[in-house]
Design a protein around this ligand. Structure first.
Ligand code: NAD
Length: 262
């Protein structure tokens, strides 16, 4: 299937590793020029080299910086000649007990996982509507649908984003102009984040990281972790010309972990 995206420009945030990188790979494979961002320049450049090797016909630009800062967002937007596709992503908040969290902890989580995507959308959505094409995909979490108690910061901040997107995606001036906005909700994926959270648990419990990861992989009916390439493929489909009638949706990618019918 031709996704009809050749020559488009995408801004893929937080994309040197993990799920963001999976999205960038799938888009580059479809002939999309990309601007990728991440905080660390070394991993970002390594990923850019991988993307260029994957498809030498596309342009791959890098912006090292913190996407949760105004300067980071401005630099990312300035590097992209025209944002046809926006993939919102940033690091997730740490786990913990809400009794220990300060107002600053909350502000940081809301900034990263709610206000940063909203600010980026604000910068690009009207231009997309004017041009008659736009695809926005927000990487959120399965925790929006089935909250995870130790991830209260994530449950809260991402649910705020989800509520906002539900309204914005249905604005006629957005939806009638072939601009779609959807959220992808990962279950447990085999990325650095999952391994670093397992390492933190390992320190507390004495179990090995591999044992902890294997125990998590055994939970979903698929009996494995997701991988970032399959996550990226779903993102690329949502960005494709074929997905123009899918908007305002929250798509779980979790190996069947969520137990509900809807
Ligand atoms: P990861 O740690 O593997 O990769 C994160 C990427 O984001 C890296 O490229 C890093 O450099 C970049 N990054 C982090 N903070 C940034 C910032 N402030 N500015 C710019 N770049 C930044 O993480 P991942 O597993 O791919 O997770 C991506 C998102 O999805 C996170 O918000 C995470 O909480 C969420 N999520 C992941 C899973 C999972 O199983 N992996 C499940 C649910 C939700």
């Amino acid at each position: 299937m031709d996704f009809g995206l050749q020559g488009r420009w995408a801004l893929v945030c937080a994309a040197s590793k993990g799920l963001g990188k999976g999205c960038a790979k799938a888009l580059v494979g479809e002939g999309v020029n990309v601007v990728i961002t991440a905080r660390g320049a070394a991993a970002l450049e390594a990923t850019a080299a991988e993307l260029r090797a994957l498809n030498p016909a596309v342009q791959v630009r890098t912006v090292a910086g913190d996407i949760t800062s105004a300067e980071g967002r401005a630099a990312a937007l300035a590097a992209c000649p025209q944002v046809d596709i926006l993939v919102n992503n940033a690091g997730g908040p740490p786990p913990g007990d809400f009794r220990d969290w300060t107002r600053d902890d909350w502000i940081k989580a809301v900034d990263a996982n709610m206000l940063t995507p909203i600010e980026l959308i604000k910068a690009v959505v009207d231009g997309m509507a004017e041009r008659g094409f736009g695809r926005i995909v927000n990487i959120t979490s399965g925790a929006v649908k089935a909250p995870i108690d130790v991830l209260g910061l994530s449950n809260g901040a991402r649910s705020g984003l989800t509520g906002f997107i539900a309204g914005l995606s249905r604005q006629v001036r957005v939806a009638s102009r072939n601009v779609t906005i959807n959220n992808l909700l990962p279950g447990v994926f085999d990325t650095d984040r999952v391994r670093s959270m397992a390492a933190a648990t390992s320190k507390k419990t004495g179990q090995s990281v591999d044992e902890i990861v294997a125990a998590r992989a055994a939970v979903p009916p698929a009996r494995r972790l997701g991988n970032s390439d399959e996550f990226g493929a779903t993102c690329a489909f949502l960005c494709s010309v074929h997905a123009g009638y899918i908007t305002g949706q929250n798509m779980l990618i979790d190996g069947g972990n969520y137990p509900g019918t809807f």
